[in-house]
Design a protein around this ligand. Structure first.
Ligand SMILES: Nc1ncnc2c1ncn2[C@@H]1O[C@H](COP(=O)(O)OP(=O)(O)OP(=O)(O)O)[C@@H](O)[C@H]1O
Ligand SMILES: [Mg+2]
Length: 322
């Protein structure tokens, strides 16, 4: 199986004073055609930073080390213009807040036409027609009326549907969705997840779905990579990782998942402590200070990933002891 996306030892570094500190460290992952990979972790674990390493939309002062390959071609060192073309023809993103991708002062219709800038085989009329069709496909009634509106005239859920339509209009072969449902209520979240599931079938490629919510991973993804303090601590097929988690961080995240709690309480559990900031990482295993199962070795040596089953690995000293 040829990979749509492959990351080899990818790190993302940001400038802090006079040094560069890593927010993502040494991530190696592959995503195959037809696959949806969930990237999960708490706030600050480096999910969005890893996404920018793929899209090239890194903030100024940021740097990517390692190799990012899309359909076999190395994206490292690609010129800005080639990156833009790639984002207009092959790699699309959906952000948490669709306001970041929609221009507030331009009507929806014109924006959806402009998103198709690189589809030079489509006339303006054709682009308009496709935009209206796509809005209907993402469940909006009266697309022509929507296209005359401005983003602020739409509810959050409708705006997110427009953002999905915009992403799909470029026929992407890689779709990266960065917490697209976090700002939405549960019913709208369900609808948006349904749309992304349909989108996966429509695109001839792969989806990276970023979330902090294990129940979303369960509903949508084939494989999952659990990120903590910029490192992949566990990865594997969703059924295996969620059914038989091997890393204490994955177990802790699952314990916070409302779907897995038999007696719902008003207060959802959280993992005590916080994700360490880049440049301020503890020695040994990065999760050790928050890990209830930590051994002395955990604060001394960083564990290497080891196999837990087919396609399933975790980086934890306890792996050999259980
Ligand atoms: N432009 C930047 N400059 C410096 N540090 C940054 C920058 N962007 C992110 N960081 C830091 O990198 C770390 C990872 O941040 P990132 O936004 O990638 O995490 P995340 O997993 O996407 O979090 P969230 O769930 O809150 O979106 C954080 O400590 C953050 O403060
Ligand atoms: Mg983020």
């Amino acid at each position: 199986m040829s990979a749509v996306l492959s990351l080899e030892s990818v790190s993302v570094l940001y400038r802090k004073g006079r040094t560069m500190v890593p927010a993502v460290r040494d991530v190696t992952l592959e995503i195959g055609r037809g696959e949806t990979l969930g990237l999960v972790g708490e706030s600050g674990s480096g999910k969005s930073s890893l996404a920018t390493a793929i899209t090239g939309l890194l903030p100024s002062g940021g740097r990517v080390d390692g190799t990012v390959r899309f359909e076999g071609s190395d994206l490292t060192g690609l010129a800005a213009s080639d990156r833009r073309r790639l984002r207009g023809t092959a790699i699309a993103t959906i952000a948490q807040d669709p306001f970041t991708s929609l221009n507030p002062v331009v009507r929806i219709g014109r924006q959806l036409v402009e998103f198709q800038h690189w589809q030079t085989d489509r006339s303006r009329a054709e682009r308009w027609r496709r935009a209206a069709e796509m809005l209907a496909q993402v469940g909006l009634s009266d697309p022509e009326a929507r296209m005359r509106q401005y983003p602020h005239q739409l509810s959050g859920g409708i705006r997110q549907r427009v953002a999905i339509a915009a992403a799909l209009l470029v026929n992407p072969r890689l779709l990266i969705a960065d917490e697209p449902t976090t700002a939405l209520d549960a019913t709208t979240e369900d609808q948006i997840i349904g749309l992304i599931r349909n989108a996966r079938q429509a695109i001839d490629g792969a989806v990276v779905f970023i979330t902090h919510d294990m129940s979303v991973v369960r509903r949508l993804c084939d494989r999952v990579a659990v990120l903590y303090a910029g490192q992949v601590v566990e990865t594997g097929p969703v059924g295996t990782v969620l059914g038989d988690p091997r890393h204490p961080y994955t177990k802790a995240l699952l314990a916070c998942d409302p779907a897995g709690i038999e007696t719902p309480t008003r207060l959802l559990p959280t993992i005590p402590g916080t994700v360490p900031a880049p440049g301020n990482l503890p020695p040994g295993c990065v999760f050790a200070p928050r890990c209830t199962a930590a051994l002395p070795v955990c604060s001394q040596r960083s564990p290497r990933p080891s196999a837990a089953g087919p396609g399933h690995s975790a980086a934890c000293h306890l792996m050999g002891t259980a």
